[in-house]
Design a protein around this ligand. Structure first.
Ligand SMILES: [Zn+2]
Length: 184
């Protein structure tokens, strides 16, 4: 799937503001872009424990690694990012980018450079699961609809919007209470 195109994988196809980033598979990599200083580190940070509407089952192999399917994990010091089994949602001014966690491996190993708009959105992205993060997402997508199984997507929109506020608050507080202190 081409960068910046509407992200139309079911069940996300009901959210027209989602844009695809780094879904490379067998596509050639047009590398005319630049990686900004600090971008890789910030992307890594977001990918350590990314918010996603539901957990992925299994791993997606890297189709650009010729023999091994690529790494399942990237480690920097004592922190790790799992490759190929998570999606990253990054809000921007006019859309929400959806990247698979493999994007960081494509950058590291396959000379992929994501579009500038995505890099800027990563730099601006607030802490995962913070109120600010959910608020930025909800400017473009319904978090409740993303988290709902497809059968429930027929909820009427008024009810959905009312519930979204309550959900944002409870999701943030639940996760806050579960989170462990970070090492500096
Ligand atoms: Zn690879």
């Amino acid at each position: 799937m081409e960068d910046l195109k509407p992200f139309d994988f079911f069940p996300f196809d009901r959210q027209p503001s989602l844009r695809a980033i780094g879904w490379l598979d067998h596509e050639p990599i047009a590398n005319t872009r630049q990686i900004q200083n600090g971008f890789f580190e910030k992307l890594f940070e977001l990918l350590v424990n990314p918010w996603q509407p539901f957990a992925s089952a299994g791993y997606h192999d890297c189709s650009l690694c010729r023999f091994t399917g690529g790494p399942k994990e990237i480690r920097i010091q004592n922190r790790s990012v799992r490759i190929g089994n998570a999606n990253l949602f990054v809000p921007a001014d006019d859309c929400v980018f959806v990247a698979q966690s493999s994007v960081i491996h494509y950058i590291d190993a396959h000379e992929y450079c994501p579009p500038r708009a995505f890099q800027d959105a990563v730099f601006s992205c607030r802490e995962m699961r913070s109120m600010e993060y959910f608020r930025a997402l909800r400017r473009h997508v319904s978090i409740k609809a993303l988290e709902s199984p497809p059968a429930n997507l027929t909820l009427n929109t008024t009810l959905e919007d009312e519930q979204a506020d309550a959900r944002e608050t409870s999701a943030a507080s639940v996760l806050k209470s579960k989170s462990t202190p970070r090492s500096p």
